[in-house]
Design a protein around this ligand. Structure first.
Ligand code: CA2
Length: 154
C-alpha cells in the first residue's frame, strides 16, 4: 500500500521563488521546498507531490484531479488567493484537509492582499513563516488525517 499523498500546489509566479525579491520571499527555491517537504513527509508517513502553474485553470484541474487521489492539499495560490472564486469552488469539491500557505505576512502588506477567497475553505492558514510554512502545513495535514507526528489541537 502506498503512503497517503499530499499535493503541494503553487500558483502564479512562485516559479520565481529564490530568484527575485528575496527581501519578501527569501532565498529558497521551489525545488528546495519540494526536497524539504519530501524529506519531512517521509518522517510523517506521507508522500508529497509539488506542482506550480501560472494558469488558474490548470490549478483548478489539479484540485479536481486530487479528489479521491490525495489525502490533503497544501496550497499557496499566489496572487489568485485574492481574486479566484473559481479556485475556491474547486477546493470546496475536495473532501480532504486544505492548508493555505503564504510565504510573506500578507496582513502586513497592501490592503488587497488581506482578503483571501481560499481562506473560506482552508482548514488552516499560515502566513509570514517564509518557506517553513510549507513544512508546518504538512504537519497540520498529518495531524488532521491522523498520521505520525501529529500535534493535535483543533
Ligand atoms: O506570500 C505569498 O506566498 C503570496 O502568496 C505570494 C504571491 C502574492 O501575490 C500573495 O499576495 C502572497 C506572489 C507570488 C510571487 O512570487 C514571487 C516569488 C519571487 C519573486 C517574485 C514573485
Amino acid at each position: 500500500m502506498s503512503l497517503p499523498l499530499v499535493l503541494i500546489l503553487n500558483g502564479p509566479n512562485l516559479n520565481l521563488l529564490g530568484q527575485r525579491q528575496p527581501e519578501i520571499y527569501g532565498r529558497e527555491t521551489l525545488a528546495d521546498v519540494e526536497r524539504d517537504c519530501a524529506a519531512l513527509a517521509e518522517t510523517l508517513g506521507l508522500r508529497t507531490e509539488l506542482r506550480q502553474s501560472n494558469h488558474e485553470g490548470v490549478l483548478i484541474d489539479w484540485v479536481q484531479e486530487a479528489r479521491g487521489r490525495a489525502a490533503g492539499i497544501v496550497i499557496n495560490p499566489g496572487g489568485l488567493t485574492h481574486t479566484s472564486v473559481a479556485l475556491l469552488d474547486a477546493l470546496h469539491a475536495f473532501e480532504g484537509p486544505v492548508v493555505e500557505v503564504h510565504i510573506s505576512q500578507i496582513h502586513r502588506r497592501e490592503a488587497f492582499r488581506h482578503h483571501s477567497y481560499v481562506s473560506l475553505r482552508a482548514d488552516a492558514v499560515i502566513a509570514g513563516c517564509g518557506t517553513m510554512g510549507y513544512g508546518f502545513a504538512l504537519r497540520r495535514i498529518a495531524a488532521l488525517i491522523g498520521r505520525a507526528g501529529e500535534q493535535g489541537g483543533r
